[in-house]
Ligand binder design. Structure first.
Ligand SMILES: [Fe+2]
Length: 337
């Protein structure tokens, strides 16, 4: 361990918790506020790596960002969730500043304890969104587990829905924020969860369905809405509430048509929630351009001309316009043709 350079000593007088480390990120000193907040004494932590108090509640990306910043000689600020000596968690806003003293680098970490949460952790928005998205994906796959190609279809629907939603929002200046866009994209993966309630013999039957069989298949919208309702009641948590409401609209209305000839409620035009109008175009496009055991695969050109032909009939004309423009985009053409 290096001895403590004199110019770092004043930092230990700060009212915030302070940790001083050497170039190897080994702790060389902490101040009284640090001892009080964490429960560790200076003797216990000196010579230990600064990472001893680390927890998995601080995302790996936060650590990586911090390391990159410090390695390039820059100060770094962020939020950490660390562990006290008694195993409880504490959340702090931290600034770490590198100091060159002689030939060596030292780091001064100043921790300001964040207001105590009554429960839970500080989590960054992206991490919450990723958790929500993964949970919805697992839910969607488990509901449609009988269909072997389903995971790829669902992920493609989610990604194309995301791109179409972003494009539509920009083109028409709708003012949707990223949270709303993520909600629509994440929830799009749930559109067919109600198929779990439809007998396989009907669901995967090649060729034309009889009238009563079609009636049964069409029930997947209502069955899916019932499933999501139950999950909603079970979770009863605002973390998923918006996703589930958006999900319910998509599940219930993704087979409604702009001209009112769809199902289950024969809604017309803007009576159909916008998220369902978007997913409807994406779902049909992906289904047409995918091979399934019970149907042939269409070329992208044929599927695009079908979508164009259904503008104002099956599909919202404004969403079709966004979709066609999006596909004209070189990158989109590369990926979907
Ligand atoms: Fe469907």
């Amino acid at each position: 361990m290096d001895t403590l350079p004199a110019m770092l000593i004043p930092f230990l007088k700060l009212a915030d918790a302070v940790m001083l480390t050497d170039s190897q990120h080994q702790i060389i000193a902490v101040n009284a506020a640090y001892e009080k907040i964490t429960g560790y004494t200076q003797q216990e932590v000196v010579n230990q790596k600064a990472s001893i108090v680390r927890t998995s509640y601080t995302p790996r990306t936060t650590h990586e960002h911090m390391k990159r910043s410090l390695a390039s000689g820059k100060a770094w600020s962020g939020v950490f969730t660390n562990r006290r000596r008694d195993e409880s968690l504490w959340h702090s806003s931290i600034t770490i500043t590198p100091f060159e003293i002689g030939q060596a680098t030292y780091y001064v970490g100043v921790f300001r304890e964040l207001e105590q949460l009554r429960s839970g952790y500080y989590l960054p928005e992206e991490r919450i969104s990723k958790l929500q998205s993964s949970m919805l994906k697992v839910l969607a796959i488990s509901c449609e587990i009988r269909d072997p190609g389903i995971e790829e279809h669902l992920v493609r629907v989610r990604e194309l829905t995301r791109r179409l939603t972003v494009y539509h929002n920009n083109r028409l200046q709708l003012g949707w924020n990223l949270e709303k866009i993520n909600q629509i994209a994440n929830a799009s993966i749930l559109h067919d969860i109600g198929k779990s309630g439809i007998p396989e013999g009907i669901l995967y039957k090649p060729g034309q369905l009889a009238y009563y069989e079609r009636q049964i298949v069409e029930m997947h919208t209502q069955i899916g809405a019932d499933i999501i309702e139950k999950i909603y009641m079970e979770f009863n948590d605002e973390l998923l509430a918006n996703e589930l409401t958006t999900g319910k609209n998509i599940i219930m209305y993704h087979h409604e048509k702009w001209d009112g000839s769809g199902y289950p409620q024969r809604l017309c035009e803007e009576e159909i929630p916008i998220e369902a109008r978007i997913v409807s175009v994406v779902d049909v496009f992906d289904a047409l351009t995918s091979a399934r055991p019970y149907k042939e695969k269409w070329t992208a050109e044929r599927a695009i001309s079908f979508i164009r032909e259904q503008r104002g009939k099956h599909f919202d004309p404004a969403v079709v316009d966004s979709f066609l423009e999006l596909l004209q985009h070189a990158e989109a053409e590369q990926q979907y043709q």
